[in-house]
Write a protein that binds this ligand. Structure first.
Ligand SMILES: [Zn+2]
Length: 467
């Protein structure tokens, strides 16, 4: 019998899944992976790409980004594509600062419409709630859930910006999240603590970038994590902890996981694994992010938490502003907006710092960047996997090329990077989304098919989902 002819074959590559690494071939048909094989027999296809000497990875999922500042989905998705990311799960809310004015339902509708029109990449959505959104909470979450938006986020900080929720309000949100079968994330820092230290610093005239970290004490994160996890246990709400940054928060997480209760997932970001508060003196407000860059003592415990499985996901928390928006860079740090660019470098930084430096294996990297975010947010096994049936979202990655980051990403309006001048080993050479090449020879390749909106498949966390 003749062998099937596929649309695309990727041959002689080193295939990397979350459980194994092997030399082999991959067949793609109608946008999906249809065969993964070892050995001499290569799949027959109308187009064949050699991945000799290269790694073939599932496309990376960035489960945490804010495409609402210098760059929105159009530009961001292209910069991400060049970085080997093929699925985006941004946080969307009705915050004035994010350009949302007409309430949450409208923000969601507008954002999904914008993504469908402008994004080169497939995307899903998390919904962020602030204190003004609680009036119609039940109907808002029902509406979001009906669209397949099943993960939500609240803030335990930022009273001055209208984002803070009290414990009572958090319990109210959790109850509704449980009712619609969702998952709740929280930005965990104790807002009252931050406001106290910030007011005191301002009164004392301590407004230099170096003072910023002291207004977000390490323990303000651990305290908020503990309180949030206790509240979640009281009402049995599955939860997700984004951007953990301190070893104390990890200790709390370990303790809470040892108790019976709802699922608890945790995330950290490359900047907490690799950068420290020393950059505040160098980059000023351009390095201002929340939680802030921490001291050196937190880095190794965070790496150990990745290795040991305490942390499930690494995501970028990309919130890129232009240098101009971050001005003045070295005075009045409290006035400058918060957030760092970096989603475009997520895979490269993690490959270099984790795999090339020997801290994590390739399957561990794929688990943290691809498989776990897909499982937790209802995209598995269509996304995050190389198995037959998965969308053919693939990265052909050269593990040997070493490059100095010589400037900001030209595809972005966020016109600086804290990685300027740093050397990273490994480079995405070719990126495929749904069987179609979208990045090749250093250039983004436009597609006739815009990115698709992805509804979370699970009906009810944790009954129908397994992560
Ligand atoms: Zn964020």
């Amino acid at each position: 019998m003749d062998q099937a002819i596929f649309d695309l074959a990727i041959v002689d590559g080193t295939m990397v899944s979350s459980s194994s690494v092997f030399k082999g071939h991959l067949g793609v048909d109608q946008g999906r992976v249809v065969s993964v094989s070892r050995g001499l027999a290569r799949p027959q296809a109308r187009k064949t790409i050699s991945a000799e000497g290269k790694l073939v990875l599932p496309g990376v999922i960035d489960a945490h980004l804010h495409p609402v500042y210098a760059d929105r989905m159009g530009r961001l998705s292209r910069a991400y594509a060049a970085g080997g990311v093929t699925t985006l799960v941004p946080y969307i809310g009705a915050f004035k600062a994010w350009g949302g004015t007409g309430g949450l339902k409208k923000s969601l509708d507008d954002f999904i419409a914008e993504g469908r029109e402008k994004s080169l990449l497939d995307f899903s959505v998390h919904l962020s709630l602030n204190s003004q959104d609680l009036g119609e909470l039940g109907s808002t979450l029902e509406y979001a859930a009906s669209l397949g938006v099943k993960s939500y986020k609240i803030f335990t900080a930022y009273q001055k910006r209208g984002m803070f929720l009290s414990d009572q309000e958090i319990l109210k949100v959790m109850t509704e999240v449980v009712r619609v079968g969702g998952l709740l994330a929280a930005h965990c820092e104790n807002g009252a603590v931050i406001d106290f230290f910030e007011d005191r610093a301002i009164l004392a005239g301590r407004t230099s970038p170096e003072a910023f970290g002291s207004t977000h004490p390490d323990l303000s994160e651990a305290e908020a994590v503990f309180r949030f996890l206790c509240l979640a246990k009281m009402v049995d709400c599955p939860v997700y902890l984004p951007h953990l940054s301190t070893w104390q928060a990890l200790e709390v997480l370990r303790l809470a996981r040892s108790w019976a209760g709802p699922p608890i997932f945790a995330e950290t970001c490359p900047h907490y694994l690799d950068l420290t508060d020393k950059l505040m003196g160098l980059w000023g407000t351009r390095a201002k992010v929340s939680p802030p860059l921490r001291s050196q003592e937190h880095l190794e415990p965070l790496w150990a938490a990745l290795k040991g499985g305490l942390i499930d996901v690494v995501a970028s928390d990309h919130a890129g502003h232009s240098s101009l928006a971050k001005a003045p860079h070295f005075s009045d740090v409290y006035q400058a907006p918060t957030g760092l660019p970096g989603g475009d470098l997520l895979l490269r930084v993690m490959y270099d710092r984790a795999v090339a430096k020997g801290r994590l294996s390739l399957p561990e990297l794929v688990r943290l960047l691809c498989e776990k975010p897909a499982r937790i947010f209802g995209l598995w096994p269509t996304k995050g996997s190389l198995e037959p049936g998965a969308d053919a979202d693939l990265v052909i990655f050269n593990p040997e090329l070493e490059r100095v980051i010589d400037g900001p990403n030209p595809l972005l309006k966020a016109d600086y990077t804290l990685y300027h001048g740093k050397t990273l080993k490994g480079l995405p050479e070719l990126v495929i989304r749904g069987g179609e090449v979208i990045f090749e020879n250093g250039r983004v390749v436009e597609s006739n098919q815009p990115g698709r909106y992805l509804a979370a498949w699970f009906d009810h966390w944790p009954k129908t989902a397994k992560a």
